[in-house]
Every structure is written in C-alpha cells, then in structure tokens.
Design a binder for this molecule. Structure first.
Ligand code: C5P
Length: 401
C-alpha cells in the first residue's frame, strides 16, 4: 500500500527513517513529506535514498505541479502517518490551517491518519495541546503515544517519540485487519528457470515472474513473513523478508526444500523447467554439424516432492501449485492437483494472448478441495488477492495448521 510519511521538525525526525524502512519491510511504498523545519534535522536526501522517491519538502516547488500535487497524492495514499508530529503541526491540523504541504495533505486526504506526537513534557501536557489532540481524536485520527524517559531537551517525562517498531505496528493495525496470514511464513517461487547447456546458452521459458511477485507482495501486505525464491527475471522484486535468487530447477529445488519445513504456505508460481540438459559443456558448443542433439533429463519436481512428504506424514505447509496449460485446462489442473498432493491448483490458460505470460493481467481457474472456481480476467495483483483469500479460508478451516 502507499503510505505518506509526514515528518516534522522535532529532534525525533531521525527516527522517522526507521519508520520508513519498517513500513517498506512490510511491503508498503512510502512517500516522505517533510516540513521545512524537518529538513533542518534530517536531510531530504536520506529519505529519498530510503524511499526511492522524490521527497516532498515544499508546497510550491518549481516544475512539481505543486498546486495539484497534494490533491493527487491525497487521493492515492492508503494512510497518512505523521512521525514525529510537533505541537505546531498538531495545532494546525486541529484547526484546519493549511500553510505547508503536509497540513494541506491532511485536509485533502480521506485516508486514515496516524499521528505520533513528540515534544517536551510540559508542551505535551499543555492545555492547548491536549485540546488539539482531543479534537483530532474525536475526528477519528489515531495516535501512537509518546514514550516516557529522558528527553533530548534534558527533561524527564512523557514526550519522546514512540519507538519506530510501535509506529509501524500501529500503521499495520490500521491498514490490515488481522487476517489468518498475519505472521505466517509464506514461501513463493516466481519466474522461469534457466537450464544451461554451455557457458553462453540455456533453455528457458517466457515466465516474467509477475504473478509470483504479486502473490509475494500481497502476502507481505497481509502481514505474512515472506520468502521469495526467484528465477532469472528482470522486473523489480517486491519488498519481502527474504529474496533468494536462483537460476536452474535443481538450484530452486534445493532453495525451496531447505526452507519448506518451517513454512505455513508454499506457493509454487515459478515456471520450473521439466527437463534440463543432461550435460553442461565447459566450452561454447560450435556449429559443426547441420543438426544437433541435446539430451535432456527430468528435473526434480519441487511441488511433487513437497506433496509426497505431506501425503506420507500429513504434515508440512499448505501447497499451492500453478498449472500452465494450453488445452483442457481444468481437467489437467484437477489431475495435477491430485497427483502432486497440492491443496490448491491455479490453472492458467497460457494460450490466451491477453493473459498469462509476459502481460499484466491473468485469468485463472482455481481448483481446490471444494471444487472448481473460474475468475474473470483481471490484474495479477487482484488474482494474487483472490488466491490468498482461498489460502486464508483453508488456514481458517485448519486444513494445514
Ligand atoms: O507438472 P507441471 O510442471 O505442469 O506443474 C506445474 C506446477 O509444478 C507449478 O506450480 C510449478 O511451479 C511446479 N513445478 C515444480 N517443479 C518442477 C516443475 C513444476 O515444482 N520441476
């Protein structure tokens, strides 16, 4: 989700860097909005490097289309977090004063707002500040209370910015109702595998990794601890807990099997090669003859291996497989689900040009314990969401936990 992180000019501004990182680790995109005084505590370049986005520091930046930018951002963010929030900013928000980008954004957005106040103890206790906080609270703004302790100004008392982890947790609690995937460990494979047969050539396939990446991102959004095992892809990996890069099917097999036991869910969205060259030449093969024969041997079937272990001991992670088919899609997927002992099999008709490989959309049929369900053509993000809805239903029913 997209979160605007407002940073105001308090000594705790440096802690907002950790808040930005924490939010990103949970799979969110962050756009930092700094008040002019915040930039005197921490450089905008720090937030730019972390968020990989332009940092908004001024309402009227030349060339930034400034007069509408706050409206554009206001309507796209899912949450506005302000940490630290000074007494000054809290006063402005409570009274509808919009004299900089952040206070204007507050008025313009309908996204939920989370504020982490930070100020001197006496200021925090002042009647004016208390009234402003109550006004905001009555308006539905949520707060992460400051901590007690030794303040930078030398006072001891309440006013220190809450810990970044607590601010991130509060943001998460607002964004994500605590669903069944929360804190579950999910492994997702994505992309193709490349099977080398000499130092410069390989056998690969057209998988882009988008579907698996969308599932990994959505699982992270739902609070799961996500490991992504990705074959060679060129698209940017989502922010998840662990990314393991692999090339061939055997390497992917090793990476998945080494981690599968501690997972609650394994989603095999990768297009793993079924066959790989039996031998890999140490030198580039030359075109001496008119024809050339490559001997292929079967690769280990990762999903089937996990399924076998589960079928034998009825333990192990909930398994989701993908079936890329060009004909009799549902029949093949149903048979594959039984053969590989998967809980869900997501059937993909890769003969369609508007869905499947290399495009943004997908139309899938999900084969599960309670039957067959066809979903309409939609974005891979929505398909990911639909698949994880089914996974969550199975987790709730206790199928594999
Ligand atoms: O049998 P088929 O390759 O069509 O099955 C596809 C499903 O099995 C996918 O989920 C894919 O990731 C997985 N698979 C695997 N190991 C292989 C081949 C496919 O885990 N060697």
């Amino acid at each position: 989700m997209l979160i605007a992180l407002g940073v105001t000019g308090g000594i705790g501004a440096y802690k907002a860097v950790e808040v930005a990182r924490g939010l990103q680790k949970r799979g969110h995109e962050v756009v930092a909005v700094m008040t002019p005084s915040a930039t005197r505590f921490v450089g905008a370049i720090t937030f730019e490097a972390i968020t990989k986005r332009r940092v908004i520091t001024d309402q009227f930046e030349p060339g930034a289309n400034a007069d509408i930018e706050h409206i554009a951002l206001a309507s796209t963010i899912d949450l506005l977090v302000i940490a630290p929030a000074t007494a000054n900013l809290i006063g402005k928000l409570a009274n509808g004063i919009a004299d900089d980008f952040l206070s204007t954004l507050y008025l313009a957005t309908r996204a939920p707002v989370l504020i982490a106040p930070a100020m001197n103890t006496q200021m925090f206790a002042h009647e004016a500040v208390r009234r402003n906080l109550e006004t905001l609270e009555a308006r539905g703004v949520r707060f992460v209370d400051p901590g007690e302790g030794y303040l930078a100004c030398g006072w001891i008392g309440k006013g220190r910015l809450a810990e970044p982890d607590d601010i991130v947790a509060a943001a998460e609690a607002i964004l994500r109702p605590a669903g069944p995937l929360r804190d579950r460990r999910v492994l997702v494979t994505a992309g193709p595998t490349y099977e080398d047969f000499d130092p410069v050539r390989y056998i690969g396939n057209r998988s882009s990794g988008r579907m698996g990446f969308a599932i990994a991102a959505e699982a992270a959004r739902r609070g799961a601890e996500v490991t992504l095992v990705a074959g060679p892809t060129t698209i940017e990996t989502p922010a998840v807990n662990e990314v393991v890069r692999v090339r061939g099917a055997t390497e992917m097999h090793r990476a998945v099997l080494a981690r599968a036991d501690r997972m609650h869910v394994v989603v095999m969205a990768a297009a793993v090669a079924d066959y790989a060259p039996a031998e890999r030449a140490s030198r580039k093969l030359h075109k001496d003859d008119d024809t050339m024969t490559l001997v292929l041997k079967k690769t280990p079937d990762i999903l089937a291996d996990l399924g076998k272990r589960r079928a034998a001991s009825s333990e192990g992670p909930l398994l989701v497989g993908f079936a890329a088919e060009t004909e009799d899609v549902v029949a093949h997927a149903t048979a594959k689900r039984a053969r590989k002992h998967a809980d869900l099999m997501v059937a993909n008709d890769v003969s369609r040009s508007d869905a499947g490989f290399e495009v943004e959309d997908n139309a899938v049929t999900i084969v599960g314990p309670s039957g067959v369900e066809s979903l309409p053509l939609q974005s891979k993000a929505r398909v990911a969401s639909a698949i994880l809805d089914r996974v969550e239903q199975l987790l709730v029913r206790g199928v594999r936990l």
